[in-house]
Design a protein around this ligand. Structure first.
Ligand SMILES: [Zn+2]
Length: 433
């Protein structure tokens, strides 16, 4: 995916917002159709049937008919894809799209280009033997920094070629997606990037993800995901406070909320940027990347509980959840996996932070504090996060007790199993009884 910031004129932006509205309307119709389905009913209409229905609806409904047919049909195609991928995509069943929140549409290229097989020979139709023509988006480079793309009903719309190096060549895609979020337009071309080449030296790196240090590498480096500054956080609070005090439904209220949202979007952008750069670095510099296996969904479960049984320390837990999610752990793992397919491994997480990376001894007393690790068996001293990442690089940690051969360690007596647990935080979740 290559994504650029788009700069439409006022008229173009208006037209594109209409496209967004049409795409959203069609998508929501499809969601409703499928939500209506029950086991004993006939199956909900598929893509082809929906396209036929769309043609009918366009004839009857003037507002819909005035819009671009391709944009509306692509919304159906998006829906069909989302529906097919509901078990694998991680997003689940396709759900409603809301105005101001999910603004976007897909455009299929209007240019026709001959398609080729993987070996370079022209792709021919099996029946007629004629050349198969595929779609391609119409893009034009204006200069080193700017390019323009054809959007139906809008003519040429300019976008900024921001990626250095990549900026030299224009994206070659069949479709693109336009989105409008937080007052900014973006264009994303549907291209699958080539996987990054590893160095070929067989070098292995372990990565320990944490809240204090976002990613501690086994070579001793500590990488931190940029957060908002104290000043920016204070600004968010200021705008939220002003919004809360503004009269209901007033213009000021909307404006203040918009300002707060823009600052929050800045944080998300920073995080994304950092994840992209770091994952590219990891994919290029190492042949094997090992992460500890984390279940972020269960880690960030809410402590709220139910009305009858409210949880304890709900605010602390939600604060911790927020700082976990602010690290972008999941995104870093996912993007590294995309860029280095087959070269990323997940190591079971238990004991990686308590095991001594020098002798293999596991003891909770070795971990003196958040940052300090002093082995209680061999005296090995190290930063706790770095120690954990060395264990991860070795693929170790999953064994509950040190091996018999492990240096001066020996074995842990069976009655002391509880001593090898990680230091547990005070329980802040839903009461178990
Ligand atoms: Zn040790």
């Amino acid at each position: 995916m290559s994504r650029f910031r788009m700069y439409p004129s006022r008229a173009q932006a208006e037209q594109m917002l209409t496209h967004c509205a049409h795409a959203r309307y069609v998508w929501n119709l499809a969601v409703e159709q499928h939500a209506h389905w029950r086991r004993w009913r006939k199956s909900a209409p598929g893509f082809v049937e929906q396209c036929r229905q769309l043609t009918e609806a366009r004839r009857e409904n003037e507002w819909l008919g005035s819009g671009n047919a391709d944009v509306q049909q692509q919304a159906l195609k998006d829906f069909a894809q989302a529906k097919n991928a509901r078990f694998t995509s991680g997003f689940g069943e396709p759900t409603w799209r809301r105005k101001h929140v999910h603004e976007g549409f897909r455009v299929i290229g209007t240019d026709r280009v001959p398609e080729y097989q993987a070996d370079g020979s022209p792709k021919l139709n099996v029946k007629t033997g004629r050349q198969v023509m595929g779609r391609s988006v119409v893009v034009q480079k204006l200069n080193r920094r700017w390019a323009q793309v054809r959007v139906p009903g809008c003519g040429w719309v300019r976008f900024r070629l921001s990626a250095r190096g990549k900026g030299a060549k224009l994206p070659d895609a069949k479709t693109f997606r336009v989105t409008f979020r937080n007052g900014q337009w973006h264009i994303a071309f549907a291209v699958i990037p080539d996987p990054a080449e590893g160095p070929g030296t067989g070098e292995v790196i372990g990565i320990d993800r944490g809240v204090t240090v976002t990613a501690a590498l086994s070579d001793g480096r500590k990488l931190n995901c940029p957060q908002l500054t104290t000043r920016e956080r204070a600004q968010i609070r200021k705008h939220q406070r002003r919004a809360a005090r503004a009269p209901k439904g007033s213009k000021a209220k909307t404006a203040e909320y918009a300002k707060a949202a823009r600052l929050k979007a800045r944080e998300a952008n920073r995080r994304k940027d950092w994840c992209e750069k770091t994952s590219t670095m990891l994919a290029r510099c190492y042949d094997l990347v090992r992460f500890e296996k984390l279940n972020i969904k269960t880690m960030t479960r809410s402590a709220k509980g139910t009305v009858e049984r409210p949880g304890k320390n709900v605010a602390q837990k939600s604060g911790l959840n927020r700082s976990i999610l602010a690290q972008g752990w999941g995104l870093l793992r996912q993007r590294t996996g995309h860029k280095a397919p087959g070269r990323v491994e997940d190591v079971p997480a238990p004991y990686t932070s308590l095991r001594c990376s020098a002798c293999g001894w596991i003891d909770k007393n070795s971990r003196k504090s958040q940052a300090e690790f002093v082995c209680s068996s061999c005296g090995f001293t190290c930063n706790a996060d770095t120690n954990a990442s060395i264990n991860i690089a070795a693929g170790q940690g999953g064994i509950p007790r040190p091996r018999r051969t492990a240096g001066a360690g020996g074995t842990t007596p069976p009655n002391q199993r509880s001593s090898v647990r990680e230091p547990q935080p005070e329980w802040v979740g839903i009461p178990l009884f």
